[in-house]
Design a protein around this ligand. Structure first.
Ligand code: UD1
Length: 428
């Protein structure tokens, strides 16, 4: 298993190009199940999760073929064609779904196009129970019959789905996406109330519109969809990865560096920008991105609570905690989206961080310096928080279980090394 070795202490300086968003790419790929024409997606990141979903889609009958690379000078990423002339199999099996929870996103498109879907329940996950009840009750509102059998969810709508009113009791990114895709092929109008407003949901909605769907209210908590008999092919470029953007902004901040983040947008990370500004980090818009630096004075502690978009994202909580471990003063970090999302805390503590957990909050008291250590992580964002800590720590940090990192960060060590970080992958 690969490991990553870091020698900390070098301020990052240079330019990092941000990839297309993993969390937008995954639902966009499943949207290809909604049409028999070709959906071309550009700016796809090369990540383990993208490969896992490609394998799953392949066994549903989606033909995936490369369509070249992005043009020189533009955003990086691959261009791929997704063509589903016919859905050959409506079952998403356990051995693929268990690798990645986002596989549940095939449920809505399969039920809408085929009138039937059989998807394994994703099962437990390292960051909490993460149920899929909102996806299922939503589909029921669109007329599907839902049955659980042998660990599988079976959704049936032999005469097709019909539009309905879905009021989510809780904001869910995945359920909003699943329902939006299902409603695009349902008969009549669907209203999604208390819908997620995340940029990845909006990106999916814009792609569906390019495929012929009629959708209003993207980016608000009420999304209205007029169902269509069929959707057609389209070309769509994946939105910039705001979590990768935020992660590298914090990498610049924790090392006292000065970095330009290219091919991304400040408006995707407004909440983080506000918080980091309070903590002493500077932001400056530049053409095609922004510059982030910490040149004047120390980091200072600032409290935060994770919230659905436009609030501060749970997917940046671990990275922010790493940043706060070396800030002056204390900060209270409260996780409201997922239970059990503090698994990075004992590992950060092994590097000298002073953190106390009280229920859903962690009190971080800044220390003067972290010291390198062998560490390992149990999920994607926790892994990268340890990379950030390693970049700031004295001495050597070795991160084990790098496969978590590879699920969601494209060439992370190359991007950081390009800004002067002493970081390398040890194959094995
Ligand atoms: C997506 C992101 C993930 C991010 C999360 C929250 C993708 C592929 N993943 O995950 O990186 O951390 O949004 O921003 O886009 N819930 C239920 N019942 C459900 C569904 C969700 O109770 O049926 C709960 C979850 O347990 C969680 C909360 O709702 O507490 C939000 O989850 P949700 O927004 O659905 O997250 P995902 O779409 O799985």
């Amino acid at each position: 298993m690969d490991r990553i070795r870091i020698r900390g202490g070098t301020p990052l300086k240079g330019t990092i190009r941000i990839s297309g968003a993993k969390n937008a790419a995954l639902p966009l790929m499943t949207a290809s199940l909604l049409t028999d024409e070709t959906l071309t997606l550009s700016r796809l990141p090369e990540l383990a999760d993208i490969k896992t979903l490609s394998t799953l889609l392949g066994q549903h009958g989606v033909h995936i073929t490369p369509n070249g690379h992005a043009p020189e000078g533009g955003p990086t990423g691959r261009v791929m064609d997704f063509t589903t002339k016919a859905v050959t199999n409506t079952t998403a099996p356990y051995d693929l779904v268990r690798k990645m929870r986002a596989s549940i996103l095939v449920l809505g498109p399969l039920a809408a196009r085929c009138g039937e879907a059989r998807v394994s329940l994703p099962g437990g996950c390292a960051i909490g129970a993460r149920p899929v009840d909102l996806h299922l009750t939503g589909l029921e509102q669109l007329g599907a019959e839902i049955e659980l059998d042998g660990g599988y969810v079976i959704a049936r709508a032999p005469n097709g789905l019909t539009g309905g009113r879905v009021v989510f009791p809780k904001v869910s990114v995945g359920a909003t996406e699943n329902l939006m895709m299902a409603a695009a092929l349902a008969k009549g109008e669907t209203a999604l109330i208390n819908a997620a407003r995340e940029p990845e949901v909006t990106d999916l909605g814009e792609c569906l519109i390019a495929m012929g769907a009629e959708i209003e209210g993207l980016g608000t908590d009420s999304i209205m969809i007029q169902g269509k008999d069929r959707l057609h092919g389209a070309h769509h470029a994946v939105v910039a990865d705001r979590i990768e953007t935020g992660t590298f902004a914090m990498a610049a901040a924790i090392t006292g560096g000065d970095v330009v983040l290219q091919d991304t947008r400040l408006d995707l990370v407004e909440a983080m920008k506000g918080l980091l500004t309070e903590a002493g980090v500077e932001f400056e818009p530049v053409d095609g991105g922004f510059r982030v630096s910490r040149r004047n004075g120390p980091l200072v502690g600032a409290d935060v609570m994770t919230e659905p978009f436009p609030g501060f994202p749970t997917d940046l909580q671990a990275q922010y905690m790493a940043l706060m471990t070396v800030a002056e003063g204390a900060s209270m970090i409260t996780e409201t989206i997922f239970e059990n999302r503090f698994m990075h805390v004992p590992e950060l503590a092994r590097m000298g961080a002073n953190i106390n957990i009280h229920g859903r909050s962690a009190l971080v008291r800044g220390v003067r310096r972290l010291t390198g250590a062998p560490v390992m992580a149990t999920d994607l964002r926790a892994s990268v928080s340890l990379v950030l800590a390693g970049l700031a720590a004295e001495g050597e940090t070795v991160l084990n279980r790098v496969y978590h990192l590879d699920r969601g960060y494209e060439r992370v060590e190359q991007k950081l090394a390009g800004c002067g970080a002493e970081i390398e992958r040890i194959r094995g």
